[in-house]
Design a protein around this ligand. Structure first.
Ligand code: GDP
Length: 329
């Protein structure tokens, strides 16, 4: 899933990643139209191949995000979409055709951060806060070719600090096994250190020194999308391919489990009739009441005995008093 304000280069990045033109007939609404437009969800299927492995992915775009004057509700349709996919999976999982479930859950959400601000905007924080327990959030700095190396470094540090301060947990890349080869370990380390990825995208092929590269041509030179010295595009793509399985596992074990248990809790709590109890809990309750009854009876008996004792003491005191008197006489 790609989320971010309009114009941050989401479609261009998706096209650069999957080498397709996902949205050939896309119509971009004008400012006046955007005022009353809500966020829409746009899902398309693409196929990518990396090192001989073919992957069929569904890319979900969220046009309209952050476009309105008041954006306080703009991530609701996104949450709804994510929950709907979990819901559908839950139904399929409990149905008869469990072997052929099509998994449309969102396994990764690239969140686009503007390169022009001084870190995260309130909307960015609110969005990530609302979604980090639902989906693997991978923040990316959009259009990083508009920043110098030093500015990228500064912005990355600021974003990481703000993410921590706000208790947001972005997707954490797993550590390598100790028996992995050194090159892979080094590549993984670099991917980890580069987050949030500073990326740029382009839908154009440009010739540079006899090579055709995907890039952006400026009067002062060419920004090569797949050049690791120019941006983190390659790292982002490697992350997606290398850790696709982990993204799926975290979705299954953490986010989907959260959804399931929350749903169970909600369906349990919303019933108006008294909740159905487990047999063993009921017998425990019966045992407790029997115990209480015995205790109550014992208490009554104890009180009676205490009263009797008090009476006897009183009588003895009276008798003792007369003895003293007799002695005095
Ligand atoms: P979306 O609304 O987020 O899908 O953004 P688009 O992909 O349609 O891009 C909006 C504009 O930004 C277009 O003019 C793109 O050519 C331009 N753009 C896209 N990616 C980049 C980038 O990495 N760097 C720069 N400088 N411009 C970009």
């Amino acid at each position: 899933m790609v989320v971010g304000e309009s114009g941050l280069g989401k479609s261009t990045l998706v096209n650069s990643l999957f080498l397709t033109d996902l949205y050939p007939e896309r119509q971009i609404p004008g400012a006046a139209e955007k005022i009353d437009k809500t966020v829409t969800i746009d899902a398309s299927t693409v196929e990518i191949e990396e090192r001989g492995v073919k992957l069929r992915l569904t890319v979900v775009d969220t046009p309209g995000y952050g476009d309105a004057i008041n954006n306080s509700d703009c991530f609701k349709p996104i949450i709804k979409y994510i929950d709907e996919q979990y819901e559908r999976y839950l139904q399929d999982e409990s149905g008869l055709n469990r072997r052929n479930i099509v998994d449309n859950r969102v396994h990764c959400c690239f969140y686009f951060i503007s390169p022009t601000g001084h870190g995260l905007k309130p909307l960015d924080i609110e969005f990530m806060r609302a979604l980090h327990h639902k989906v693997n959030v991978v923040p990316v700095i959009a259009k990083s070719d508009t920043l110098t190396k030093k500015e990228v470094w500064k912005l990355k540090n600021k974003i990481v600090g703000e993410i921590e301060e706000n208790g947001i947990s972005m997707y954490r890349i797993p550590d390598c096994d100790s028996d992995e080869d050194e090159d892979f370990k080094e590549q993984n380390k670099q991917i980890k250190e580069s987050m949030p990825f500073a990326i740029c995208g382009s839908s154009q092929l440009i010739e540079v020194k006899g090579r055709k590269v995907r890039g952006r041509l400026y009067p002062w030179g060419v920004v090569e999308v797949e050049n690791p010295d120019h941006c983190d595009f390659i790292k982002l793509r490697s992350m997606l391919i290398t850790h696709m399985q982990d993204l799926q596992e975290v979705t299954q074990d953490v986010h989907y489990e959260n959804f399931r248990s929350e749903k169970l809790a909600r369906s349990g709590g919303s019933k108006s009739r008294p909740p159905v109890k487990l047999k063993r809990e009921e017998s425990l309750e019966t045992k407790m009441t029997e115990k209480d009854k015995i205790l109550q009876e014992k208490e009554v008996e104890l009180r009676r005995m205490q009263e009797m004792l008090a009476k006897m003491q009183q009588q003895m005191a009276q008798q003792g008093g007369s003895t003293v008197k007799t002695q005095n006489l």
